[in-house]
Ligand binder design. Structure first.
Ligand code: HEM
Length: 187
């Protein structure tokens, strides 16, 4: 099943991105610093949303419009007293079909799972504003994830189809990693 194979096949890409994100989080000292961090998420998620929008229809995923998206990030950035000007450059994988779009959306929807950890890390640094994006779906997270995974699995009936979604998910992770710049060798 795609939900099993995609998790396995993107484990390394997740870890690499997670490391970068945690490092950036640990450097945050102020609301302004947090807003800058969020701008990286906003620039990338907004760009990916545009790339997948022709394929992620409400026929495919009926609750898509109610799902958390980059509008939450924009609101959080503004709550912190910043705005969405001067965004970092982003590139996104080429999305030309539903399977690739679902692979990309898997990465964005899955990012909700790490959200509570991120909110706790921010709290430790005294940051409590602008956390709507990372708060995700709260108690509805499990149910929302189940719905998404069901739709994703239904589109990939063969190994070839699974491979298309997996490649797209891995590319979506690696393009996002690039937004945060190169990993420093000395940590
Ligand atoms: C501080 C940073 C992060 C932490 C600590 C973190 C942690 C986690 C945790 C604990 C899970 C749940 C694993 C499980 O229940 O099996 C998860 C799942 C996931 N995360 Fe992250 N994450 C982080 C950042 C991200 C980001 C930035 C993205 C993507 C943009 C992402 C994408 C995913 C995906 C796609 C899954 C779903 C895996 C699956 O069940 O198929 N994560 N993450």
């Amino acid at each position: 099943m795609l939900s099993t194979s995609i998790k396995d096949a993107t484990k390394e890409a997740h870890l690499e991105l997670e490391k970068k994100v945690v490092k950036k989080l640990k450097d945050i000292r102020s609301d302004a610093g947090y807003a800058d961090f969020l701008k990286h998420f906003y620039a990338y998620f907004n760009h990916v949303e545009q790339a997948i929008s022709p394929f992620i229809t409400t026929e495919l995923l009926p609750d898509y419009q109610e799902r958390r998206n980059s509008a939450y990030l924009k609101r959080d950035i503004e709550e912190l007293g910043a705005d969405v000007h001067g965004l970092p450059d982003t590139t996104v994988p080429e999305i030309t079909n539903i399977l690739q779009a679902l692979g990309a959306l898997y990465v964005m929807e899955g990012s909700i799972m790490g959200g509570p950890i991120i909110v706790k890390m921010l709290e430790k640094g005294g940051i409590t504003k602008g956390v709507s994006f990372f708060s995700g779906y709260g108690e509805a997270t499990g149910q929302k994830w189940g719905t998404f995974v069901g739709v994703m699995n239904a589109q990939a009936g063969t190994e070839t189809e699974e491979a298309i979604a997996i490649q797209s998910a891995n590319d979506t992770f690696s393009h996002f990693s690039e937004v945060f710049g190169p990993v420093s060798v000395v940590s």
